[in-house]
Structure formats: structure tokens, C-alpha cells
Write a protein that binds this ligand. Sequence first.
Ligand code: 0A1
Ligand code: ZN
Length: 864
Amino acid sequence: MRTDTPQPIRLADYRPFPFAIETTRLVFDLSPSATRVRAELAIRRTGDGDAPLVLNGERLKLLSVTIDGQALSANQYAVDAEHLTVPETPDQFVLTTEVEIDPLANKALTGLYMSGGRFCTQCEAEGFRTITYFPDRPDVLSRYSVRIEADGGLPHLLSNGNLVDQGSLDGARHFAEWVDPFPKPSYLFALVAGDLDVVTDSFVTMSGREVALKIFVDPGQASRATYALDSLKRAMKWDEEAFGREYDLDLFMIVAVRDFNFGAMENKGLNIFNSSLLLADPETATDADFERIEAVVAHEYFHNWTGNRITCRDWFQLCLKEGFTVFRDQSFSADMRGAVVQRIKDVRALRARQFAEDAGPLAHPVRPSSYLKIDNFYTATIYEKGSEIIRMLKTILGAEAFRKGCDLYFERHDGEATTVEAFIACFTETSGQDLSDFFAWYEQAGTPAVTLTSDYDAQASVLTLNLRQSTAPTPGQPTKRPLPIPVAIGLLSQGGESLRDTEVVLLDKDAMTVRWEGVAQPPVLSALRGFSAPVNLTTDARPSDRYVLFSADPDLFNRWEAGQTLARDLILARAAGAPDEVGEERYAEALGQALVDEAAEPAFKALLLSLPSEPDLTLLSEEPADPLALHEARDALRIRIAIHLGDLLRRLHGEMQSSGEFSPSAEAAGRRALRNACADMLSADPHDENLTRLVGHYEASRNMTDMIGGLYPLVCIGGEAREKALSAFYDTWAAEPLVLDKWFSIQSRDPNPDVLDRVVALTRHPAFEPTNPNRLRALVSAFASFNPARFHDPSGAGYRFLADQILTVDKFNPMTAARLVEPLGAWRRYKSDLGALMRQELERIAVHPDLSKNVLELVTKSLT
Ligand code: 0A1
Ligand code: ZN
């Protein structure tokens, strides 16, 4: 067990750094195991005259330190494991340090490391301090110039900004010089050196400047970068139109790397991407991959304004850049792919990840007030709930006032490191509305529960709406305030005609009543249209009301939601031992009607066909959850649908097959999604005809979407069909790492009872690389998060497996190890025998010697 107790960092303790770093000159002499970094910092005292200069620095071998060219003697500075301190300095001076680092040994993938023989960096949030001594905090902005020297075997030497010089040196070495004219915090620094292929294009901005666009990929992969490049150009154009934001440098570069802890990183002018979020072609990437690539390329590009030009004063303000940027990328995707389908997918992800987080031991506000390791706060709450808050702001203020507030924010804070308060103040000012209550959305954790009941007075034609809200306690927040919740409500007649258009009711107290006059017929309520707020809504709607919404709600989000709620209630009833067979038949019948609606898009129908996922059901079940019972109940409903709608599903499966050229368009992807959803449903009833159809689907597939759409049903069916398909898949794709990730991931989601043994065996497969986060997550996280029925094996073997993996990975990559803890943290939600076994594994991890701060923080919070 650790003997030192790491101290939390608190928002209340924020103090400005007492020095400005006016310029930062970095010289890299690259070598895999012994890279030298010289840093010349032009420093000016801006604060307290007595304050010592304290720089962050970890895992650095300090070779020399000088001030204005004079070497400091040992008593003029102090070095510990995390800092370089110079107690006395002039008011203005140049500090030069030289350090040596070992990128090859760096498997934590933060700072400077090597991936596939090339050098790359990841500095957010605190990686820069493992490259050189520096005030590694987001409010210290500096102008950087960078010189990189390396062997000729690394032909591309890249950093932020503009390339100002390059050439050869003695022997086989060469150099490049980069200057970034925009002051930036250290977390946006980036360097890449390697043998790469480059795809080039250009973009003319709204003021007529030409920007060179370059995407760098592994040799031979250039053709897989064209979709990302196309997405980038569309994102650049969209940001000009939707937010008036223009790109500012003459060059924009993206580099793909295979070993990366997260998705991608917005370094100024030099984005670095996990290759899984950049490389795509129809043969190796699914439609979901294309969709993610478009969204993430846009996300990182949009950060150029929301994050880079205006950054965060401290890491507590992380949602300032992340929530806003997610909102921007979701709005972009909605414009590219259709608002309804996008909204449904965003809400599904929000519920699966953020609602789960908010309901467990790791619940935290969108703007937290303390942390141990900031890496642990790149969460669904900061990102996805952060985006929902911006969306509500737009709903409450209206599109025009929202845009004015954004314009003011960009104008007023350009070049600054700022706060959420300063952001909200811009909207207060431009709209004239008091947003002080709204701010509570940033400070209060937990998902509000909203209840809506109604009384209809036929004689007076008056509908009375009774709304209430409450939020359950979360760690550190035992009592909660009411929040301003925009609830969008419309009315339908019992026959499904629209009686009243959407109106937004702002529920800003614990309870309120609204009277709507002139309601001529008993209405069906369509509430929380478009998911107007991130809350859990309960209503007094009867199943018959939900069927009206399911067949006729003009708000398509709520049409989908009605179907999900009906299915959820049926599954929960069966899991609780009270199956409603008549209700199940009725649901299957209504689903069939919805699937033959000529007016609905295939992508929407595919979403109608997807039942609530097992993790979502766990969250929604009131009793302590029994994952196996939920799995079986969900399967029973799938079987009923597959039998009841067999002919229709087979017909649609045939009709949606395309014979033409592959197109990644949303329309074509929608047809593939519907066909695959039919295949998935048919696998619940695997009689010979269906089995032959599914094998045919898999074997005839000519793109990865169809191939995965055929493979997973065969894996679910199990037996020989599974073995044959999996080994054929492996033989075809063994040399393609991104496709092999899918092979691992599909097997970890196998619902058959023998899956844990198979997953454990796969950890010994020669292609399993635990040092690669994509591969690790494909097998380990996918099993723990998406296969609840088997992860929660009553023996506890699933939990033991996960805990072992956490301990193994923590030794070299704490950030990624910490991201594996969450499935165990949910122990309170499960039946007590399962919960006790989960807790036991958390306790085993907690007492392990030399645990990282990252894992320690999450395990400790999960246990308390
Ligand atoms: N700012 C990035 C997220 C990111 C954060 C940390 C990373 O490495 C530890 C990598 C990426 C984004 O929002 O895309
Ligand atoms: Zn981001």
C-alpha cells in the first residue's frame, strides 16, 4: 500500500503564476533512449517580488541550469521528483535548462514517446512536465519556437505553427525550425518525427486566405486519410458559417498514431489522432467509424477557437473547452447527417455513459472543485453533460441571443485563459437575462428526476400540468437545489393528430403547475421533446398513450423514446418474474407498423429496432440489478420480435441490400444500419432459413459494416457458425491492426456462457498487446462494459479478470488502467452477492503496493 497520501488540488486554492514566460525556445536532439531537450525561457516577474520560481518537471534527468548564461551552483536551486525551484531570481531573465529523457521506455503514452518507430507527444493535461521544466498549467501562455534535430531515417520533423527553416546537418542528421505566432499553454505543444506518408490539400478561408492541409499517416496508408481530409474541409467551412470562426495559421496538420491513450488531441496547428479515429476505407472501417472520424476531426478542429485561442484558466474549467466543443461537434454532425438520428445517438451515449457516472460513486459536477489526478476528469460528465448545458442555454435564450453571446465570448476573451463564469457572463450581457440560477448546472452533480402528471378538465377545456424535480444526493453533495430545466412539451389527440405545438416550460422550482387553456380534446402528452434537458422523466402516461406517440408523434425523438420506454417496461417486468405476454405481442405488432412507414428513413428505423441495451437496463431497473435475468428477458423480447416479424425482417433485410458502389453518405449508411439491425434481430431465432441467410450475409459482405453486421449475429448464435466466421475473419485481417481490434472486441461481446474463458485465452493470443490502448480496450473494456451478463458471472471470475488487468496495466500506463476501474465501481447497483464480490476486487486493488495516483483516486472513491 502507498504510504504517502496524495493531496487533492482545489479550485478554491487557485493563484495566478507569479511570472510570465514571454517566449519559449525548445531545442530537441532526438534519440530513442536519450533525447536531449534544451529550453530557454524568457521570464518576467509579474507577481509577488519574493515568490520563488517553481517549475514542474517529472522523470527528467537535469543536465544543466543557467540564468542569463551563468550556470547556477547547487545551492541556488533545488530539484525534487516533481519540481525545479529557484528561490531567488532577477525580475527579468532567461532561464536555460538542459535535460535528458527516454521516449523509448515511455509506455505511459504521455509526454514524448515512441509509437511504431516514430516520436510523438501527448501533453494534455500534464505531459509537458515530462519533457522539460516548465510552469505546466493552462494559464501560462507563451510564444514557442522549436528546433528539432534527428536522424535522416525520420524524414518528417513537425511541431506547432509554421515551418521557418529546415536543412541537413553533419553526418546523416537533419533539422527543422518551427515558430508558432500564437501564445499557447504547454498542454498544446506537440512534436512528431518519423517516416510518414502525407496527403495534401488546401482550404480558402472566408477572408480569402489559403491554408495548406496535411494529413500524415503510416507509409502505405494515404488512401485511408481521404475521408478525414474531406471531413476537415467541411468542418472548416461549417465553423465559418455557424460560428463565424476562421482558421488562423497558414498550415493545419493532422498525424495518425497507433498508440494513443484517448481519441485525439487539438495541439495548435498539429492535431495528433489515435489512428482508429482517422483512417478509414470501406473495406476496413464501419459506418460507425466514418461517423466518429467526421465528428472527431471536427471536434479537434473546433478546439482551435474553443480551447486554443481561448483556453482554460485552470483544469477545473475543463468543460469550458470540452463541453462547448462537444456541443459544436454534435451540431456539426446534426447538420451533416440529420438532426433526429444524431440526437437519438447522442442521447443514447449520454445515458449509457454520463447517467451511469452520475448515478455512481464517481459522480461529479461538470465543474468539479477538487481532484487528485486531472487525467481522471476527462469524463462523460465534463464532455457530454457539459454539452447538454450549452444546448439548454441555447434553448432558453433562443438561437439568435445564443449566437450573440458566443460572438462576444470570442471577441472579449481571445488570447486569454478564462473561466466558466466569464463565459456565462457573455450570455447574461447579450441577452439581458439573469443566468445566476443556471450556473447551478455546472456546480451540482447528479441527474435530476422530473415528474410530470396532468389533469384534464373537459368542460373547461383546461389541461393542468404538474411538474416536480428532485436530485438524489451524490458524493460530497448531500442536499440539492432546484435547477432551471427546460421541458419542451407538445400535445397530440388520442387519434395521433397534433393538438398543440411544442412549448418550452422552464421548471425552475421544486414543483410548479402550468394551466393550458383551449385544449379541446383529452390530450396525449409528448414531454421532453428532443430530450430538451439531461434529466430522467417519469410521467403518468399509460401504455396506450405511449403507443399513440410511438406511431404518430411528429417529434421523432419522442417517437423513438416511446418505443424504448415500452420495450424497457416489458423487459423489466419479465426480468422481475412478471412477463406481460400480451404486451410483448402488442409491442412487436406496433414495431412492425413503424418499420413499414414509408415516410421514415432507414436510419431511424434501425434505431427503432435496437432495444435498450443491457447496460442501460441495469441502470433503469429499480431493484438491485441481476444482469443475467435482464439479459434473458431482453433476449425473450428479441425472440418474440424475430418470430412475430420474421417475414418483414427478412424482406427488409433483402430490400436494404445495395448492389452499387459503396458510399459513406448518411443515407447509404442508414440502409446498411437497417439491414444489419434486421440481421441482428433474426439471429434471435436461428432456424435453418435464418442461419443460411446470416451466413450468406457475412460471406457476401464487401464492406466492413456489412461484414461486422454479419459476424456478430453468427458469434451470438455460437457453435460451428461462430468458429468458422471468426477464423475466416482473422485469416483475412491479421495484418490490419484496426480491423483486428474489431475481431477482439466482437469476441468480448459474445453472449454465450463460455465467453470469459475465451476472453482469458485471447489475452494470451500473440496479437494481444496490452501496451496498445486500442487493443486493450477492444478486449478488456468491451467485455466489462458491454457484456454485463457474463462479466457479472456469479463466481466473481469476471471481476477478478478485470482487477488483474488493471494491476498489470497500471505498472506502465496509469491513465489507461484508471479507465478500466469504472465497471467495478458500480458495485452498489447489483444484487448483494455480486456487489460484495466486486467490492472485494476493489479492495484487493486498493492495497496493492505502488498503485498510481490515477487508479488510487478512482478505487478509493468507488469504495467510499
Ligand atoms: N483534448 C482532447 C482530449 C485528450 C485529453 C487527454 C489526452 O491524453 C491524455 C488526449 C486527449 C479532446 O477533447 O479531444
Ligand atoms: Zn475536446
